[in-house]
Design a protein around this ligand. Sequence first.
Ligand SMILES: *[C@@H]1O[C@H](CO)[C@@H](O)[C@H](O)[C@H]1NC(C)=O
Ligand SMILES: *[C@@H]1O[C@H](CO)[C@@H](O)[C@H](O)[C@H]1NC(C)=O
Ligand SMILES: *[C@@H]1O[C@H](CO)[C@@H](O)[C@H](O)[C@H]1NC(C)=O
Ligand SMILES: *[C@@H]1O[C@H](CO)[C@@H](O)[C@H](O)[C@H]1NC(C)=O
Ligand SMILES: *[C@@H]1O[C@H](CO)[C@@H](O)[C@H](O)[C@H]1NC(C)=O
Length: 231
Amino acid sequence: MGSPSVSTHRGHVHWQGLLLVVSLLNFWSQPTTAQVTVESIEAVEGTNVTLHIHHNAQNAASFMWYRGETAGFHNNIAYLSVSSGRHVRGPPNGQGIVEDDGSLLLQNVTMNDSGIYTILILQEGCQQMISCGWLDVYPLVSMPTLLASNTRVTENKDAVVLTCHTSADFIQWLFNGTNLRYTNRMKLSLDRRNLTIDPVQRWDAGNYQCKASNRMNSAESAYVGLDVIFE
Ligand SMILES: *[C@@H]1O[C@H](CO)[C@@H](O)[C@H](O)[C@H]1NC(C)=O
Ligand SMILES: *[C@@H]1O[C@H](CO)[C@@H](O)[C@H](O)[C@H]1NC(C)=O
Ligand SMILES: *[C@@H]1O[C@H](CO)[C@@H](O)[C@H](O)[C@H]1NC(C)=O
Ligand SMILES: *[C@@H]1O[C@H](CO)[C@@H](O)[C@H](O)[C@H]1NC(C)=O
Ligand SMILES: *[C@@H]1O[C@H](CO)[C@@H](O)[C@H](O)[C@H]1NC(C)=O
């Protein structure tokens, strides 16, 4: 019996050749080293945050978490040691808690908790895995204060300036509960905090609000009602 072969559009290829290619592909797609990754996240201040990890450690003995990019004694914020099914956590009064799966729980985060976190997994047999990820904490946006230069104005005579007081990055203007449609009688200051309507017309009468936001959350001001007197 001759050697079996397979037909392709290029002709005949021996089985042995194909098997070699398949086994090389298998070899290349195998993870060759132990790996851990950290999921980076964004959060709002005052919330509890978990930095999740993914790893392929077969026999993790300790999960060590560090503040910053290095794994040093002084920046260790939390650890979990697992030996014969017993979980030991520390250090006492540490800034975080290591969950059973090695993830890091940080409670009631502040802006100061923003930054890089490093994890070191020690496996039985001295193998180590290390990786890092980051946390970005955004301020909780508080309710902006909206003030008007005047709330009772005469059509085609008066102007009104609405000022939104907030420390947030982004400002949006709302009229009667939906996005304000700007007309050529309206002018926004460069920082969007001042909305000038000059002159006012009867269609401008209604309830104004400003909405302050950052990447993670937002808050709306109370309504300011504008009355327009017209003939
Ligand atoms: C954060 O965790 C602490 C302790 O478990 C809990 O008391 C608190 O309510 C949590 N805060 C939030 C915003 O979930
Ligand atoms: C969360 O942290 C802030 C600022 O550090 C503090 O004022 C507040 O009491 C803390 N809240 C809780 C539930 O621990
Ligand atoms: C953040 O760090 C600064 C400077 O170290 C400190 O003055 C401030 O009180 C800290 N804020 C919070 C909420 O921990
Ligand atoms: C916004 O309006 C207030 C009150 O009219 C004024 O004092 C302030 O200078 C204005 N700011 C800008 C950026 O136009
Ligand atoms: C806005 O709301 C006011 C008060 O409810 C109402 O009188 C006015 O017609 C509304 N304007 C528009 C354009 O919807």
